[in-house]
Design a protein around this ligand. Structure first.
Ligand SMILES: Cc1cc2nc3c(=O)[nH]c(=O)nc-3n(C[C@H](O)[C@H](O)[C@H](O)COP(=O)(O)OP(=O)(O)OC[C@H]3O[C@@H](n4cnc5c(N)ncnc54)[C@H](O)[C@@H]3O)c2cc1C
Length: 118
């Protein structure tokens, strides 16, 4: 769907048609466009995404990622972030570890709030 000129091997064909449907009939997998129907072995779907700053108004962004401290706290009290959204490297193990830290920090935050109310 991109407009730029690609530098691709000769055996790669770029089709600039809008996909309307992905279907499987009688064991045949097909992508349907308004103009044609194509067979395929595998398909990757690129979805639209929303920038974190739009998702949570007021969230501080640094170098295209949500800014967090070592407790995974953002600039918004009670809002914690982890994983790809907070920065490189984009790896499962980093995301899972940060998720653990963020969850513990969120629990500690709620505990503090609860004590303040007592
Ligand atoms: C093709 C590919 C191969 C990869 N291979 C490896 C690998 O071999 N090893 C490795 O360590 N890492 C690999 N990664 C990277 C790894 O997948 C990511 O680092 C990891 O999944 C990030 O986890 P996350 O929880 O931060 O984000 P994600 O797994 O992306 O989870 C984010 C979730 O938020 C949801 N979401 C998004 N927007 C909204 C919204 N507005 N409202 C509600 N929900 C929303 C999404 O649907 C998604 O479920 C690969 C990534 C890709 C794309």
């Amino acid at each position: 769907m991109y407009k730029e000129r690609e530098s691709l091997p000769e055996n790669v064909r770029v089709i600039r048609e809008k996909p309307l449907e992905i279907r499987q009939e009688n064991g045949l997998r097909q992508v349907v466009t308004a103009e044609n129907t194509y067979g395929f072995d595998g398909v990757f779907i690129l979805r639209d995404s929303i920038s974190p700053g739009q998702l949570v108004p007021g969230l501080e962004i640094e170098n295209n990622h949500v800014r967090v401290d070592r407790t995974m706290a953002t600039n918004l009290p009670g809002c914690f972030a982890c994983g790809d959204v907070v920065g490189l490297p984009y790896q499962y193990i980093k995301s899972a570890g940060e998720g653990n830290v963020a969850a513990l920090s969120a629990a500690a935050y709620l505990d503090t709030k609860k004590r303040e109310q007592q």
